[in-house]
Design a protein around this ligand. Sequence first.
Ligand SMILES: C[S@@+](CC[C@H](N)C(=O)[O-])C[C@H]1O[C@@H](n2cnc3c(N)ncnc32)[C@H](O)[C@@H]1O
Ligand code: SF4
Length: 336
Amino acid sequence: METSDYFKRALRDLRISVTDRCNFRCRYCMPEEIFGKDYPFLSRDSVLSVDETVRIARIFARLGVRKMRITGGEPILRKELPEIVAGIAEIEGVEDIALTTNGSLLAKQAAKLREAGLMRVAVSLDALDDDTFMKMNGGKANVRQVLEGIDAAAEAGLSVKVNMVVQKGVNEHALLPMVRYFREKGHILRMIEYMDVGNTNGWDWKHVISKKEMLERIGAEFPLESAAPNYTGEVASRYRFADGKGEIGIISSVSEAFCQTCTRGRLSADGMFYTCLFATKGHDLRTLLRSDASDDDIVRRIGSIWEGRHDRYSLEREEARGKTDGAKVEMSRIGG
Ligand SMILES: C[S@@+](CC[C@H](N)C(=O)[O-])C[C@H]1O[C@@H](n2cnc3c(N)ncnc32)[C@H](O)[C@@H]1O
Ligand code: SF4
């Protein structure tokens, strides 16, 4: 069964957050002064259990979801992550299971996750020098830990991509060293424009390095050729190195919105369903899961939420800023 929204966009991908906690305090996502000791993280029983998570994933698969991405907070902090992956891997119709992680705990878990059925990882890393990286992650881990996680993932047979958020005046100097390093390693590096997600990172246009600017800087050292998307709705625009040695990607959700082809739904760890990364309001599926509603009832509920979806926040960013109806959901709640 397939479901489409108001703009005829199907529901194809689901990002499932399995925890709102994180061992990092990246300034652009969970700044320590806000997400410090007293921050009201979700209680244990408000987080979906393994069975509830797998059940809701199965229900989404019935609605046409083919790709599941597990995220957080930091998903590897969730002890039952291998069970969740294994449960999702058994669902009929799911063609792709990926994980987004900060990589700091990946070295020990990569083989186990691969065995459970994980196919791909996207590891976030913003610089190759400890000074910059630790400033950005709140001093919680060094570069070596993440590079070891990346190597372990590749050795375990996982396909690896690396995500880098590029911020003007913060880590722009790390752009070319990162491109050089991962080109040699043979992993695709994807640069993400710094986004106005959540309400706590003090985002401003002047902190953004646009896709255009990144391409100019990288292209000056490594001539690039634009490549066609692998599939409709791919978030990163692809560029091949003209010498044939691999490719990079750029995720330009600020300077060039890709709302038109957005087929992604997002589920927070406490079972709220969000139809946009920049949403102010989620739809409570946990209460339904914990009621006597049948799978068919929940399929109908999600179908009607998706059919009423009008979101295209990035396209409307300029008009929308300052005018959103309430606080946006935090990135650490829905995982990017
Ligand atoms: C919220 S994290 C969750 C998964 C995991 N903890 C990680 O860092 O990969 C998912 C992705 O969102 C990115 N992200 C967080 N805040 C961002 C922002 N303000 N702008 C752009 N990307 C952001 C992170 O760099 C990461 O690649
Ligand atoms: S970006 Fe990922 S690693 Fe960094 S604070 Fe947010 S959830 Fe944690």
